[in-house]
Design a binder for this molecule. Structure first.
Ligand code: XMP
Ligand code: MG
Length: 179
């Protein structure tokens, strides 16, 4: 393990097992429906890739890139679309796939934005959630792991664009972020 990392929070094996479990539930819930999964770039790339392969349901994939303005690492809820969907979601069964829900402000904005486009249904699947950091209540149907309010990296999540390629989720050593 890199000296920059403090500890492994969730192993690759735990992620794989959890995604298989979530995929089973999603397959059941969307049986007979045409599912569109939307990944939020860049963090959700790994979850999208692995969840999509664990799903048996026929599906299509699309991507959005959004940036959340705020001081430092804190999200403000003021969101700008950097890349919009290629797909018209009117009448579609849409599942947003996220890496992490922290304050929930970004997702809350995304939910109202996508709701206004008239999907048949709209649900959320996130690998990680920090319950102690929540600033808005969001109904998230599929949650992988509730984690402590610590900054995590790996499996798509970055610190200054690094560590996204780690196969596990870990916490950073304080010296890396000046703690
Ligand atoms: P909010 O607060 O709006 O923020 O729910 C969600 C976005 O903030 C990023 N984020 C993190 N990124 N480690 C990261 O690498 C973290 O612990 C973390 N917490 C929040 C992430 O982009 C997420 O989509
Ligand atoms: Mg993200």
């Amino acid at each position: 393990m890199s000296a920059d990392l403090e500890k492994v929070l969730i192993t690759k094996e735990e992620i794989d097992a959890k995604l298989a479990e979530l995929a089973g539930a999603i397959d059941q819930d969307y049986a007979g429906r045409d599912l569109l999964i939307i990944g939020v770039l860049k963090g959700a790339v790994m979850v999208m890739a692995d969840l999509a392969r664990a799903l048996a349901s026929p599906l299509t994939m699309d991507w959005m890139a959004i940036s959340s303005y705020g001081a430092g690492t804190k999200s403000s809820g003021v969101v700008r679309i950097l890349k919009d969907l290629d797909t018209d979601i009117v009448g579609r069964h849409v599942l947003i796939v996220e890496d992490i829900i922290d304050s929930g402000l970004t997702l809350s904005w995304l939910l109202s934005n996508l709701t206004s486009r008239g999907p048949a249904s709209l649900q959320v699947c996130t690998l990680l959630r920090k319950p102690e950091a929540a600033k808005v209540a969001i109904d998230v149907k599929y949650v992988g792991f509730d984690i402590p309010n610590e900054f995590v990296v790996g499996y798509g999540l970055d610190y200054a664009e690094k560590y996204r390629n780690l196969p596990f989720v870990g916490t950073l050593a304080p010296h890396v972020y000046g703690g």
